[in-house]
Design a protein around this ligand. Sequence first.
Ligand code: ZN
Length: 112
Amino acid sequence: MENSKYIDLKEMILKELSVLEDSLDGSKDTSKIVELDQQLIGRLSRMDSIRDKEMTKANIGRRIQKKSQLIEALARLKEADFGFCIDCGEEIDIRRIRINPIVRKCFSCMQD
Ligand SMILES: [Zn+2]
């Protein structure tokens, strides 16, 4: 049974997921372009592209991580303990969940 209090959260998470997926598709193309460039340009600029590529990779990594956290949150949404702190069991402020659906701790436990 889905908690009606969080019903619009599902929409929110799905929307965020599709934005992430779009941006991940875009990033794949960018790294392909960098690879092509490397065959054409000199050593110094090659270093630059490698650095760019590393940054792109780190970025993609963060987005992939966010994506799996969102998928997890989506699955947890159906569970009775969604919205409750995994540390103390207190209900997490709904406003915080709306800002960031992947939060799993209440404000005071986040401080620890
Ligand atoms: Zn807590």
